[in-house]
Write a protein that binds this ligand. Structure first.
Ligand SMILES: [Cu+2]
Length: 352
């Protein structure tokens, strides 16, 4: 009798512990689910919801971005010659922060842009050219342009915030050093201004030039759709999976040169793996002699370089992050290597 009573008490006690445990586990979830968020949309409407907030899903898409066009598009500016013979390259860059871009079917991103795209235009010059940028901030927040490279402090785009609604600033400096550099907004909170899209690529060519090549720009970027400090998608040039669905056409026996810049925030590293080949790698592009011959580079925030390769055999070859999570969330593409009719040599029968 005594034995069965204590057994009953133990059973009752364990049921109580289980139920209370379950309450503590589930009550947090329930409260989290019921938490209301109130916010103002870009159209001025006040929305209250207990659901997950994507910013903003209710305005229409108003941005066009073609990753294939961006890939090989270099902006040399309006060119003139100064009295001392130096080349002057002038640009007008307009910042905005109310863009909405459909980055995947039905998935909209609140993009902040330089000249209406993410990334902004690829600014290209020869070492020693004078770069003059007429910067206009048509956004609602303060923005700047901060270039990586060598220039005076007041041209660094950090301590001179440019006010929204038409604020202006003229950045002027000599292009240098030779290489590939990022530019981006440098207003705090920096992560927010970068993750929304205010960045681009600045290429400084050596005076003697580089060997002729099929040249491209790849900005490796992440998209934090719900702005919780974690990326939901990854890409080369903004649109997840774009170059997998639209393979980049290149030719056998033709030099390909890619200016690669890693702008992924939040994740400490990114990387780039090429299939069926290896490439010469020039870190930051500052040297004309490659540092590595590899099929894998690892890049931290704003780390960049130039990769060069030629394909011997035609066919489809993947390139992607070997951080598999990133490739499965969009950072993957294909080079479709076509037989180079100009350089076609004797056919060799491999593998038979
Ligand atoms: Cu900004």
């Amino acid at each position: 009798m005594e034995k069965s009573r204590s057994k009953l008490m133990i059973t009752a006690l364990s049921v109580f512990v289980m139920i209370s445990g379950a309450y503590f586990v589930f009550s947090d979830d329930i409260h989290a689910q019921l938490e209301e968020t109130i916010f103002v949309t870009h159209t001025g409407a006040v929305i209250s919801t207990t659901g997950e907030v994507l910013d903003p899903i209710y305005t229409s898409a108003n941005m066009e971005f073609d990753p294939m066009e961006y890939l090989r598009d270099f902006d040399y500016g309006d060119v003139s010659t100064l009295p001392d013979g130096t080349t002057l390259r002038e640009y007008t860059i307009i910042a905005e922060d109310d863009g909405v871009m459909e980055v995947a079917p039905g998935i909209f991103y609140n993009a902040w842009t330089y000249n209406g795209s993410v990334p902004g235009p690829t600014i290209r010059a020869t070492e020693g050219d004078i770069i003059r940028i007429n910067f206009i901030n048509n956004g609602s927040k303060e923005h700047t342009m901060h270039f990586h490279g060598i220039h005076p402090a007041e041209m660094d785009g950090v301590f001179e915030p440019v006010g929204g609604n038409g604020g202006r600033f003229t950045y002027e400096f000599a292009a240098g050093p030779v290489g590939v550099h990022p530019y981006h907004c440098h207003i705090m909170p920096l992560e927010e201004h970068i993750i929304h899209g205010l960045y681009g690529v600045f290429i400084v060519d050596p005076k003697e030039g580089r060997a002729p090549a099929d040249e491209m720009v790849m900005v490796l970027n992440g998209l934090d759709m719900d702005f919780d400090g974690e990326n939901n998608f990854y890409a080369a040039n903004t649109i997840p999976f774009y170059y997998q669905h639209h393979p980049i056409q290149i030719n056998t026996d033709e030099l390909v040169r890619i200016y690669v810049v890693n702008m992924v925030e939040f994740d400490p590293i990114n990387n780039l793996h090429l299939h069926g080949n290896l490439y010469e790698y020039y870190p930051t592009g500052t040297d004309l002699v490659p540092s590595f011959y590899t099929d894998m580079i690892t890049l931290s925030q704003t780390e960049r370089g130039i990769i060069e390769f030629e394909y011997q055999f035609p066919g489809n070859y993947l390139f992607h992050a070997h951080k598999v999570e990133f490739s499965e969330k969009g950072w993957v593409g294909i080079f479709q290597v076509n037989e180079n009719e100009d350089k076609k040599t004797e056919d060799v029968d491999y593998g038979s």
